[in-house]
Write a protein that binds this ligand. Structure first.
Ligand SMILES: C[S@@+](CC[C@H](N)C(=O)[O-])C[C@H]1O[C@@H](n2cnc3c(N)ncnc32)[C@H](O)[C@@H]1O
Length: 296
């Protein structure tokens, strides 16, 4: 396996047999996001530079194209823009706290570390054991990267986070798969434990969640999205504040403009239209206070 910084030319696909996949339904969603990021990253005018994702898709023995399709340009650009929204916020965090810790809950085969690495960040990946085993087989791990195996709701991963460093907890493509009370408890637990920190996550709108629960989110190749029981419309974000008294800020982050009329013009404009704009997927930044509210 390549060392960090050697780049994908020596990465997981280089001269190796392709890696077979054995993942349950929800962990297998990491292949969906990976495939679409890589699909976009193969374009010369990609909105996300992600050579590791391309390497990973080439290294994995899985019927990506049959199941997910090949005419997926729109979905791929959208996934890439979503990832870029997270990247931008992580870079902002690292500008302010170059030695900070990023805790990536449900990281799957995200290759974000290599997209945002400033040479100093500490990175903790939290995911289910089967996803982490696959990650360990395919991706390098340097001395600033660690993992914690287990569900994010099992809070033992928090003991791995150094309290002396600034912390950003991310949950990219994770919370929608959890039962709603567990999402609230997880956000509240982070607010309680990581005073002064922030949390960044995405939320699917209710209409989208309903379609996954009805089992109608299918591709032509027969791939069906697992149920997403937790949803939050973009205009409901204020409710997050009620999860814990140490939550002092909740903010929707705008997605960067993409290519073409839809991603470059229509969707950025729609985000500002009342009602309709509130029904989109949102990326939400939650700020935690210094804990003084807890002492009152
Ligand atoms: C849709 S994938 C997202 C992967 C990655 N964050 C991305 O955006 O490409 C969902 C990820 O969440 C992980 N996951 C699912 N349930 C989890 C849980 N309870 N605790 C931690 N990780 C979980 C899965 O194993 C998978 O890696």
């Amino acid at each position: 396996v390549a060392e960090p910084g050697t780049g994908p030319a020596n990465g997981p696909a280089a001269g190796r047999a392709r890696t077979a996949i054995d993942l349950d339904e929800v962990p297998a969603t990491l292949l969906w996001t990976l495939y679409h990021r890589a699909f976009e990253a193969r374009r010369p005018d990609a909105v996300l530079h992600d050579p590791w994702a391309v390497e990973l898709v080439d290294a994995i023995d899985y019927p990506f194209e049959e199941l997910f399709g090949t005419a997926v340009g729109g979905r791929a650009q959208w996934q890439a823009l979503r990832a870029r929204t997270f990247d931008q916020q992580i870079r902002r965090f690292l500008l302010a706290h170059p030695d900070g810790t990023v805790v990536a809950l449900g990281e799957g085969l995200e290759t974000q570390f290599w997209r945002v690495d400033n040479g100093r960040v500490r990175w903790l990946t939290v995911d289910l054991p089967q996803a982490l085993r696959l990650r360990a087989r395919l991706l390098p791990s340097g001395e600033r990267q660690r993992t914690a195996a287990g569900p994010a709701q099992d809070l033992r991963w928090m003991d791995e986070v150094e309290q002396s460093r600034a912390v950003l907890v991310t949950a990219q493509g994770l919370l929608m798969y959890l039962p709603p009370p567990q999402v609230r408890d997880l956000i509240a637990a982070c607010a309680q434990r990581f005073t002064g920190a922030s949390m960044l996550f995405d939320a699917v709108p209710h209409w989208f969640s309903r379609r996954t629960l009805a089992g109608t989110m299918r591709t032509e190749g027969g791939y069906r999205s697992p149920p997403m029981p937790w949803a939050m419309d973009a205009d409901q974000q204020r409710r997050v504040r009620t999860a814990h008294p140490n939550i002092v800020e909740v903010r929707n982050l705008p997605m960067p403009r993409g290519r073409g009329g839809l991603f470059g013009v229509v969707l950025p404009l729609l985000a500002h239209v009342p009602v309709v704009g509130g029904k989109r997927l949102s990326v939400v930044l939650v700020g935690f206070g210094d804990g003084t509210a807890l002492e009152k």
